[in-house]
Design a protein around this ligand. Structure first.
Ligand SMILES: [Cu+2]
Length: 175
């Protein structure tokens, strides 16, 4: 009987894990709603894109998070299966040199819109395991303190050819 109970628990866990995916599929690619967890946090994620880059290199993803709820939330992590490592980063100025660094969390205050954009907050991909070619799409899991995990679709866009680390140059054509 103990084994049967474990199976039932697995099935229940499976249902809950699947629900956000179903919700994501039912929504339009660029506009995914979450917040049905009773936490009072209602987040909308839109305009999700990532830089085109070759396998083995690094890339980054950008997006907007709109918090229409009345509770503050935090972006505390991200994951995509296109890179060895996914982190959340900010760009800071240190001795007049722009550099990026990992952050533990990005605050998403109630009523606010937070942009992850070139020259600022971004989702960092180290060591791409796939080529990211313009027009490709991949799933990006965003992990929030209150809203939980939200899976969105990122669209790969071309970026200005160069040294491949355009995030250091926020003035360069918006990249
Ligand atoms: Cu970075």
């Amino acid at each position: 009987m103990k084994r049967k109970r474990q199976i039932i628990q697995l099935v229940i866990a499976g249902i809950f894990l699947t629900l956000p995916l179903l919700a994501a599929c039912a929504s339009s690619e660029e506009n995914v709603q979450a917040g049905a967890d009773g936490s009072g946090s209602t987040l909308t994620i839109q305009d999700v894109w990532a830089r085109s880059e070759a396998s083995g290199h690094n890339s980054a993803a950008y997006l907007q998070i709109i918090n229409e709820g009345d509770s503050n939330d935090l972006l505390i992590g991200a994951y995509a299966n296109i890179a060895e490592t996914t982190e959340i980063h900010d760009v800071v100025s240190e001795n007049d040199v722009m550099k990026m660094q990992e952050v533990d969390e990005i605050p998403i205050a109630a009523g606010e819109t937070v942009s992850l954009e070139p020259g600022g907050f971004h989702v960092m991909f180290f060591d791409l395991t796939h080529d990211l070619t313009e027009g490709d799409e991949f799933e990006l899991d965003l992990i929030f303190d209150r809203a939980g995990e939200i899976t969105v679709t990122a669209e790969v866009r071309d970026h200005t050819p160069g040294h491949g680390h355009g995030y250091r140059d926020p003035g360069q054509g918006g990249l």
